[in-house]
Design a protein. Structure first.
Length: 371
């Protein structure tokens, strides 16, 4: 029997053990084994033969997974609701050479008013982004974030759950408006979830290119790695190969950003099944509770940085707006000077013309008087 066949049989046996219970005895697991395979042989004999053939120990016991403690969150400091009054903003819209600065300022102030951490996902189409988010917001049945076999997320979807605001973005498969929408949302993130389907193996070309673009425009690779969790989905489908795949992805990301990423593996399918069948082992082994705990730890570690970065961003934007105003005033002053110069020149030309006409009239009058 090949190693692959043996691995599949062992995986089946492990599934049998899970179905029984975490502390099942050999007899209980044997009963499940018989029900699963409908064997006509005595169950204990089938089970014992299976163990003997593959040199397995006694009935496998799955140790109950210990849920990671979830810490209390320290939320980032909120910024003021407004910097400029509505009247001043209307004037600035007409005055600024770069009106996008005002849009960026409004977005920053609005974002900071939300009581929670902004968690923005990104990844290829059908990487499992929306499905994972439905797990994270306890909306497995109702699908708060739309999923499907075709592209369903065209613009970013947003939903607050507890102290997190989850933003679901379009896929990054193709360069275009949808990719730009994803990048725009990414810039507003406190925490980034880069979602990758383990069934695809290592990162493909489009994912690598996207991350290279992020590295180029983010400004600080260390900051991006610090606030990003690389989430590997569909763990249950390729669990045996997952370690090798994740190792390769770790190398790819490290090569791009110069730092090792935080990688978590999850199975949304296993999580949903655990919820539907009330099986806590499946829920824990799905990796979703571990990811939730990870998000809480990440948020607390980043809270002070997020507050400082928001203040720095606010200062940077207001300074840019003030500089734009000064430049706009200088442009207006230059235009005024140009107009004044043109008027002066036109006045000089007019005066010169009038003087010439006056002289001609005077000469005509002189000749007339001489007649």
């Amino acid at each position: 029997m090949s190693n692959a066949e043996k691995a599949r049989l062992l995986a089946n046996l492990r599934g049998v053990a899970e179905q029984a219970s975490t502390n099942s005895q050999a007899q209980n697991i044997s009963d499940t084994f018989q029900n699963k395979y409908n064997s006509s042989q005595p169950v204990i004999k089938v089970f014992d033969d299976f163990k003997r053939k593959y040199e397995l120990p006694d009935a496998p016991v799955i140790a109950p997974a210990k849920a990671e403690p979830i810490p209390v969150l320290t939320l980032p400091t909120m910024l003021p609701k407004e910097i400029y009054s509505a009247k001043v903003q209307e004037q600035l819209k007409r005055t600024l050479q770069k009106p996008q600065l005002l849009v960026d300022l409004d977005d920053l102030l609005l974002t900071s008013q939300q009581q929670g951490f902004r968690v923005v996902n990104t990844g290829l189409l059908k990487a499992g982004k929306s499905t994972l988010y439905n797990c994270l917001v306890d909306a497995v049945g109702e699908e708060r974030f739309k999923t499907g076999t075709v592209r369903t997320t065209i613009t970013s979807q947003e939903h607050q759950h507890g102290d997190f605001i989850y933003i679901d973005t379009p896929g990054i498969d193709h360069i275009g408006a949808e990719t730009q929408e994803a990048i725009k949302a990414l810039k507003t993130a406190d925490i980034v979830l880069f979602i990758h389907n383990l069934k695809s193996g290592e990162l493909d070309k489009s994912e690598v290119v996207f991350l290279q673009e992020v590295s180029k425009h983010w400004g600080n690779n260390t900051d991006f790695i610090k606030r990003t969790v690389f989430v590997m989905t569909h763990l249950a489908d390729v669990e045996a190969q997952s370690a090798a795949i994740i190792s390769q992805i770790n190398k790819q990301v490290t090569q791009i950003f110069g730092a090792s990423p935080l990688i978590k593996s999850i199975s949304s399918m296993r999580y949903r099944k655990g919820l539907n069948e009330n099986k806590h082992i499946l829920i824990e082994r799905s990796g979703v509770p571990s990811l939730v705990a990870c998000l809480h730890h990440q948020a607390n570690a980043l809270s002070a940085d997020i507050s400082q970065q928001r203040m720095a961003r606010l200062k940077s934007l207001t300074q840019a707006i003030e500089l734009d105003i000064q430049e706009s005033m200088a442009v207006l002053q230059n235009k005024r000077q140009e107009v004044a110069t043109q008027l002066s020149q036109q006045k000089a030309v007019l005066n010169e013309g009038l003087d010439k006409i006056a002289k001609e009239i005077e000469q005509m009058l002189t000749r007339y008087n001489e007649i």
